[in-house]
Design a protein around this ligand. Structure first.
Ligand SMILES: [Mg+2]
Length: 228
């Protein structure tokens, strides 16, 4: 066992059509009687629970009012996602499949850290045959804090594989929020410029490394292997 490699999903592993985000509007309306899209906030890299909280706070609700019904709201979102998931387009980003195969072959433990509610994240990966690479992770359905999701993924790696956390965890993500969460959780962070943030944007964060994409398998493997 060499180490733990954690991946964000959206714009790190895959790109998907985002029409399902109207599911949030449905949740806001049905559960909180609020009309809003999620576009009123900058939600890039936020967890799904965090998106719910931030939108509703902006609409004047208090955190305790939001908390009271957040699970119901997530259920509405998931029901809607389930109904429309066949129409969602998902595309695997360049280099991802080869990298996952190599990491698996080299006995790394691979997990997810995604703001997506688990059935949404898994639903996307299932469509492109990547789900089986990830037996565990930290998901937006677990907590609103991405930092806590990183910690939870590490804990689950321990429970599932007897993994021991030292200086041996890498987190790949496409937003400054991924980088911040990784740093707060004490892992090595790798910014991947396949999302809305350029390589330069990510270099201006405290990411330990920044790459254009996940295509250069050899370079990325060298990066993680030099720790072991
Ligand atoms: Mg992302």
């Amino acid at each position: 066992m060499k180490g733990l490699i954690l991946f964000d999903i959206d714009k790190t592993l895959v790109k998907s059509s985002m029409e399902y985000v109207i599911a949030f509007s449905k949740g806001f309306r049905e559960v909180y009687d609020i009309d809003s899209t999620i576009d009123i906030i900058d939600y890039c890299g936020m967890t799904d629970q965090q998106i719910i909280v931030e939108v509703l706070k902006k609409k004047g609700l208090t955190e305790s009012e939001i908390d009271l019904e957040i699970h119901e709201c997530m259920d509405v979102i998931l029901d809607y996602f389930d109904k429309i998931k066949d129409s969602i387009q998902v595309e695997v980003l360049v280099g991802v499949l080869k990298l996952l195969k190599e990491l698996k072959e080299q006995n790394f433990i691979i997990g997810l850290v995604t703001g997506n509610l688990e059935p949404i994240g898994r639903g996307k990966l299932e469509k492109v045959g990547l789900n089986h690479y990830f037996r565990f992770g930290g998901f937006g359905s677990d907590d609103a804090s991405r930092t806590k999701l990183v910690k939870l993924a590490i804990k689950r790696a321990g429970e599932n594989f007897g993994f021991k956390f030292e200086d041996n965890v890498f987190l790949f993500g496409d937003t400054p929020r991924d980088v911040d969460a990784g740093n707060e959780a004490g892992v090595i962070t790798i910014g991947v410029a396949t999302g809305n943030y350029s390589k330069r944007d990510l270099e201006n964060t405290s990411a330990d490394y920044v790459v254009d994409n996940l295509q250069d398998t050899k370079k990325i493997l060298n990066l993680v292997l030099k720790k072991f």
